[in-house]
Write a protein that binds this ligand. Structure first.
Ligand code: PLP
Length: 396
């Protein structure tokens, strides 16, 4: 017998992938330049040159057995130290290497963090709109994902709905700021309020509640946006980071878990991550890539194009009549669709205009569409008349 659970999952494909595959099919038919593909969050700028230079040097000079060898289960010690030092320097924290676990991107980090603080049947709360992969990350642990509906006026936290969902079974709250898909960054006020509620509920329920903070877009924040470092506001916090977007390294699968040293079981949780990796078969990311990111730990790719693209799209789309909360970061925006049925709207723009967007239903927020503008500014500008046509077609 094969596993029914995973066999069943194969019949429920991702809508994001479906639209992305349609875009690839159209590109093969009519040429890539004629398809306006806003579907996938794949960075569009190269890694910083210092990373490439570091890898070239290491390949020439370092011992290949070290460079391509197994790394320790928790990650290479010097790399964990570099991560801790960087976080302390930048955010005034007190991490040590013992609080850091190296992972395969944010995906690996979140999947480990959830397993550390939940047991099957426990509840994890997250906030719509959210990254759809949270469903398998949580489901795979046996915990249950509960969704707080979106506050579509600001995409900050809908606290009334959150309070209604809180109960003694909740062991963790999974947040993502800067947010995929809304592009919104949680304000200091939002984080303080969330922390205060959880402090109170921990006392009321008599157990810890963890914030698992998914932060792959931490470095992509636009001018004038308040961008608090979440773990500095709440002791029981686990930061899940990825270099996928900041350094444009999604294919290298590199990130980390940083457990707040003020959390009572911090060191144990990191050791537990090592044990969890034995169950999942997730082993440490490649030694060479760990060593490479440690060398450029405070650098990013040139991320400025994302803000440039956001400025153009936000200004032009709102002028056309699209309603949108202005993103404070990431490379996504999440306008309302001109008709309530986002699926129908996105299918129409794809089939009539080769303008490929993703319906908000995928992120548990119907009536919206996600634009991933990690693309060239030239493509963004050429797409503008199509957004205008789409608005007209929707009104016909
Ligand atoms: N969390 C969010 C919100 C994301 O958008 C992504 C990837 O797009 C991930 C986690 C997974 O990141 P990684 O590729 O580093 O595993």
């Amino acid at each position: 017998m094969i596993s029914e659970k995973y066999a069943d999952m194969t019949t429920k494909g991702s809508i994001i992938r479906e639209f992305a595959q349609y875009a690839s099919k159209r590109a093969a038919e009519i040429g890539k330049e004629n398809v306006y593909n806003f579907t996938i969050g794949n960075p569009s700028v190269p890694v910083c040159p210092e990373f490439t230079e570091t890898l070239e040097r290491m390949l020439k000079e370092e011992n290949p057995l070290t460079l391509h060898g197994y790394s320790p289960t928790l990650g290479i010690m010097s790399v964990r130290e570099a991560v801790a030092d960087s976080l302390n320097r930048r955010f005034g924290m007190e991490y040590t290497a013992d609080d850091i676990f190296m992972t395969s991107g944010a995906a690996g980090a979140i999947a480990h963090a959830i397993r550390c603080v939940t047991k099957p049947g426990d509840e994890v709360i997250t906030f719509a709109p959210y990254f759809p992969e949270y469903v398998p990350y949580v489901d795979g642990t046996g915990a249950v994902l509960k969704i707080v509906p979106a506050d579509i006026t600001s995409f900050q936290i809908n606290f009334d709905a959150f309070l209604e969902l809180l109960n003694p079974n909740v062991q963790a709250v999974l947040i993502n700021s800067p947010n995929n898909p809304s592009g919104i960054v949680y304000s200091t006020e939002t984080i303080k309020k969330l922390a205060a509620i959880l402090e109170e509920k921990q006392k009321e329920y008599g157990h810890d509640i963890y914030i698992i903070s998914d932060e792959p877009y931490r470095e992509i924040v636009f001018e004038g946006t308040d961008s608090p470092f979440i773990s500095s506001f709440y002791d029981n916090s686990i930061c899940c980071y990825s270099f996928s977007k900041s350094l444009s390294l999604p294919g290298e699968r590199i990130g980390y878990v940083a457990v707040n040293p003020k959390c009572k079981d911090a060191k144990l949780i990191v050791l537990m991550c090592g044990q969890i990796s034995r169950f999942t078969g997730h082993n440490c990311p490649p030694s060479m890539i760990q060593l490479g990111v440690a060398e450029v730990i405070d650098k990013t790719a040139d991320l400025s194009i994302y803000e440039k693209n956001k400025n153009i799209l936000y200004k032009e789309l709102t002028n056309m009549g699209y309603e949108c909360v202005e993103p404070g970061g990431t490379f996504y925006m999440f306008p309302k669709t001109p008709i309530a049925d986002a699926n129908a709207f996105c299918r129409m723009t794809a089939s009539k205009l080769d303008l490929i967007l993703v319906p908000g239903d995928s992120f548990m927020c119907p009536g919206h569409m996600r634009l991933a503008y990690c693309t060239t500014t030239e493509m963004v500008e050429r797409a503008l008349p199509l957004f205008e046509k789409a608005m007209k077609l929707a009104k016909e």
